[in-house]
Design a binder for this molecule. Structure first.
Ligand code: UT7
Length: 320
């Protein structure tokens, strides 16, 4: 028997406000046709002025706890992935902990931008595997609308706000839980995707800057190799995976990975049309949609993957 983190619940949260491509086209020089063809995005949810990353995260966490049949008191670890924290400090995880009424255990943020949820899940699993903690909330939550340059058509059409959460429980099991993961970073490509502000560099929050086509060119190969490596770590053939839940950056990137690894398209969960790119939130958001609509079932083998600023990239494999 091995001790592993097992996903026993999921939840998600989206802001009420939906912004369509047509609405954006009224403000900037773009079109619904361009955005759909180049990205697959039809709409995105945008947080209201008083809606913070921690609010979305807390809603997603409560939904995940309910799904798992647990209460906040059952949690002794919160690992939250975000690049858009409420404040520079304390961590958004600490704020969520307080909103959930928890005062025990540990809580901290993980920062790997769009790969954040893969990093957070692997980190939480490592804490559970050592026996240091028993039950974790693993959350991806973002309000990217706050760091978007709304005049820059090459980036502002891509992103949306939202949150998703898993409840991860330490169990002694051979079959279930996190079976393997692969995390990677190459910090030499910062200029491809970064925010041009921060407390130490500028004293400002800054705006997202991206050389989209260069990031695109890096994505398919790096994501595919992380998926192959994660499957190798888990000693599971790719053909055994029931569901692939990719980071939702661009439908063409997802299609590129499908082609390269010869995956079955019907096994891919895609929510990019409705959510856009919600960075660290996109994987748990997409997972929760497919879990709740009955596609992902108990016993299924699920692979998640992503790439983002850093550059960071990675993949993880788990059985429900
Ligand atoms: O999640 C983190 C990781 N991020 C990603 O993975 C994003 C990766 N990159 C992408 O998804 C794509 O590169 C984009 C969707 C960002 C852009 O698609 P592209 O096919 O790479 O387009 P491009 O940047 O090469 O631009 C092609 C043309 C340009 O016009 P010219 O120079 O050919 O005349 C752009 O100015 O499209 C133009 N363009 C637009 N046109 C209408 C760029 N943005 C827009 C827009 N509406 N919103």
């Amino acid at each position: 028997m091995s001790r592993r983190g097992v996903v026993i619940g999921s939840g998600s949260a989206l802001p009420a406000r939906i912004v369509t491509n047509d609405e954006l086209a009224q403000r900037i020089d773009t079109s619904d046709a361009w955005i759909r063809e180049r990205t697959g995005i039809a709409q995105r949810h945008i947080a209201s002025e008083d809606e913070r990353t921690s609010d979305l995260a807390t809603r997603a966490a409560r939904a995940a706890l309910e799904d798992a049949g647990l209460t906040p008191d059952d949690i002794d670890l919160i690992v939250l992935a975000t690049a858009t924290p409420d404040l520079t400090f304390p961590s958004t995880a600490a704020i969520v902990q307080s909103k959930l009424g928890i005062t025990a255990g540990a809580a901290f943020d993980v920062h790997a931008v769009c790969t954040g949820f893969v990093y957070a899940l692997s980190t939480a699993n490592a804490f559970l595997t050592t026996g240091q903690h028993r039950r974790a909330l693993v959350i991806g939550a973002e309000t990217f609308s706050r760091i978007i340059d709304w005049e820059d058509r090459s980036t502002c059409v891509l992103f949306g706000d939202g949150a998703g959460a898993f409840v991860l429980e330490a169990q002694d099991t051979e079959e279930r839980g996190i079976l393997g993961s692969m995390l990677r970073c190459d910090g030499s490509m910062t200029e491809l995707l970064y925010v041009d502000g921060g407390p130490s560099a500028t004293g400002t929050v800054g705006h997202l800057r991206m050389q989209g086509n260069k990031v695109f060119k890096e994505a398919v190969g790096r994501i595919s190799s992380a998926m192959v490596e994660a499957a190798k770590v888990a000693e599971i053939p790719m053909s055994a995976v029931d569901w692939f839940v990719p980071h939702q950056a661009n439908q063409r990137i997802i299609a590129g990975v499908v082609k390269r690894l010869e995956l079955d398209t019907s096994r891919i969960v895609s929510t990019i049309a409705r959510h856009g790119n919600t960075s660290a939130a996109s994987i748990p958001l997409a997972y929760d949609v497919a879990r709740r609509d009955g596609r992902i079932k108990d016993g299924d083998l699920v692979m998640i993957e992503g790439m983002g600023g850093g550059l960071t990239w990675g993949a993880a494999l788990f059985r429900l």
